[in-house]
Design a protein around this ligand. Sequence first.
Ligand code: SAH
Ligand code: SF4
Ligand code: F3S
Length: 437
Amino acid sequence: MSDVKKLYVKTYGCQMNVYDSERMVEALGGNGYTVTQTPDDADMILLNTCHIREKAAEKIYSELGRYKGLKAEKPDLKIGVAGCVAQAEGAEIVRRQPMVDLVVGPQSYHKLPAMEQAVKDGVRALDTDFPEEDKFDHLQARPKAKRGPTAFLTVQEGCDKFCAFCVVPYTRGAEVSRPADRVVAEARELVDRGVREITLLGQNVNAYHGHADGLAGLIWALSEITDLARIRFTTSHPNDMDDALIDAHATCPKLMPYLHLPVQSGSDRILKAMNRKHTRDDYFRIIDRLKSARSDILLSGDFIVGFPGETDQDFEDTLDLVRRVGYGQCYSFKYSARPGTPAAERATVPADVADERLQRLQALLSEQQKAAQVAMVGKTTSVLLEKPGRLEGQMVGKSEHLQAVHVTTSDHQIGDIVPVTITEAATNSLAAVPVKS
Ligand code: SAH
Ligand code: SF4
Ligand code: F3S
């Protein structure tokens, strides 16, 4: 009998969790686990959780509820909770959810193999420390197997900004950057395994200081890896958009013309109440500089509506900002009061008012997204092919502007970067044919 055990991982929240889940799978690989796509045949279920809004956190408890029956049938099944809910509510989970065997916060994933061992010996394990050592230095070497052409690579974690609504500074801790030489070494390994595009991740990725010349310095260092074709980064904060980074958008051919730069609100009053430490004019100035550096840059952002104290005029200011910037793609959320954050103490905007504002904002944002998609028709761009399409003779990949593109082709492979002409646009994807050579 083999002692291969199966691990089912469910990932919620941001891309940093996607990266972390991959690393946790690798770490537990050393303990004999291979991945399964269904919870039913798992020996361990690991939920990598998000605490950003109330709904995100609630999902975890309903998901745990679904595993009660499974655990009753299979007493040896181990259940673990990782990520930001683990960090924020770990002790409470251990107290109130007897079915959970293991709780591990985002900074302690390198301890997972030892924790799994303890669980096997019948001990429930909880670790939500912010240890001195860097988890990345203690995670085991990444395996060498081939993998898909795109990868996330976390280079920065944590946040010192303390926006009044946000749990991230509490769940991920203070800003920490990984040294550039380690990031470059990990990028080289990924490229050796077939990766052509790397997205550098951080809660405030442009506050990266693991290279003497900041994030721009890291991007230039990575651009020297011959077979790495594309570099992206996310998420950035307006106050950390320095000249070198804006300049890289003009001069570094491997840096893709797309930027996610959340502003949250278009009202100076609300930006102040949110503790964003920038004004709407500061934001416009950055956008102008970016557009001068790279006129075709596609902008993306995050907005919160119904922040405590938001008036109709504040909301109109947000709509006005959106119209002036012109986004290619955006995320917008109704404000959710999070325990322990300063804004949670303030009087809220009535739910129906916030709902209506969200609908109006989303209608405007999807109009802009549609316009950006339609504007691509007839243009030539390049697409990195990621997988076969649903139809015969079709492959799917991403444009330089991060749009999903269905390419009609029978002559290309996953990982190819294909010059194409865009032939059709829908809200969420484009159709294209290869440029005839
Ligand atoms: N570090 C990033 C993103 C953090 S979380 C940044 O600074 O932009 C991703 C998005 O979730 C935020 O940009 C914000 O729009 C949203 N968000 C965070 N806290 C929220 C809350 N309490 N209620 C609603 N949306 C929230
Ligand atoms: Fe949260 Fe603000 Fe930090 Fe972004 S910058 S993670 S929104 S506190
Ligand atoms: Fe969620 Fe934590 Fe990311 S709260 S958005 S998983 S940093």
